[in-house]
Design a protein around this ligand. Structure first.
Ligand code: GRG
Length: 294
């Protein structure tokens, strides 16, 4: 394992502990009514997952010299918000009316466990908690960043384009546009929100935006590759979901070997915003995202 991947592994392990604490702290208790709804929310959020978005937000915050990282700090709330919003999108993405998936994070999907109606409502309720937490950072730019990233020109727009592209042959440019909206927008926003809360100047924010865009796109290309040849015991979801749904994927458009090259090239683009040989958590995370197996 390279030193960057060791760095990423240790950093992820350290951050994940904080992320789990934050999520447990901010999600409503399943002892409180409506219990079944709270249970469904907690079931999906606490099921694990890589926690990439909050980890990237923290890495960007620390890169920009942000220091206060307590549970109730703005960065703590933003980290919880990003993971909660992300989980909301996964619950809805798995529904029968969308990808109709049975397994997520190694467990039956939310609608398989709680039924469709409760899964829709659990996603909706997580959306509200996520926005409330971002509002509670007191940083209007962070709130706007999140709205932009998941709205009709971001994640939701990308999801619509993705659904419309089922069974359609796309150009490489079009598939990248969809990936940029559906997946990269929230990853880019996670980096930018961390940077904004860390007090980044506009030059640093610009560099980190390029970083976020590149690793965001890389993340989805690797996701497409793993859907074809990943180890299901590591990814926690069944392979072949994209093929089953006749999804447009990057490897389907350019071939597997070119997809791997593109993923590597995007990691290089992300690293290019730092000085050569610079060593920090964002560098480690870029290496990890390019080479992840889950
Ligand atoms: C909730 C804003 C919102 C929109 C609903 C369903 C939908 C519209 C959008 C779907 C967006 C989506 C699920 C994109 C896929 C992105 C992706 C690669 C998800 C997997 O993320 P990982 O690998 O999952 O980080 P873990 O489980 O590790 O967190």
């Amino acid at each position: 394992m390279t030193t960057q991947l060791v760095g990423a592994k240790e950093y992820r392990a350290r951050c994940r502990q904080l992320v789990e604490q934050l999520l447990d702290y901010y999600l409503p208790s399943s002892e409180e009514e409506p219990r079944r709804l709270h249970e469904a929310m907690r079931y999906s959020v606490m099921a694990g997952g890589k926690r990439i978005r909050p980890i990237l937000a923290l890495a960007a915050y620390e890169y920009c010299q942000g220091t206060e990282v307590s549970i109730e700090s703005p960065i703590g709330r933003a980290m919880a918000s990003l993971e909660i919003i992300h989980t909301y999108s996964l619950i809805h993405d798995d529904l029968p009316c969308m990808d109709d998936d049975d397994l997520r994070r190694g467990l039956p999907t939310c609608h398989k466990k709680f039924g469709e109606a409760l899964a829709v409502l659990a996603g909706d309720a997580l959306h509200v908690v996520g926005f409330r937490l971002m509002a509670e950072t007191g940083n209007l730019s962070a709130l706007l960043e999140l709205s932009e990233a998941i709205g009709t020109t971001g994640m939701i727009g990308g999801q619509v384009a993705d659904l419309e592209a089922e069974g359609v042959t796309l150009t490489e440019q079009r598939i990248l546009e969809i990936h940029r909206q559906k997946t990269a927008a929230l990853i880019r926003a996670s980096v930018r929100i961390g940077a904004l809360l860390g007090g980044a100047d506009s030059k640093t924010l610009g560099r980190l935006t390029l970083y976020g865009e590149s690793i965001g796109l890389c993340f989805q290309i690797v996701d497409d590759i793993l859907d074809i040849e990943g180890d299901q015991t590591k990814t926690g979801k069944l392979n072949g979901s994209d093929h089953k749904n006749r999804k447009a994927t990057y490897p389907a458009v350019v071939g597997m070997s070119a997809a791997r090259d593109r993923a590597r090239g995007l990691v290089d683009d992300a690293l290019a915003v730092f000085k050569p040989y610079e060593d920090n958590a964002l560098v480690w995370m870029a290496h990890y995202i390019g080479q992840r197996d889950s």
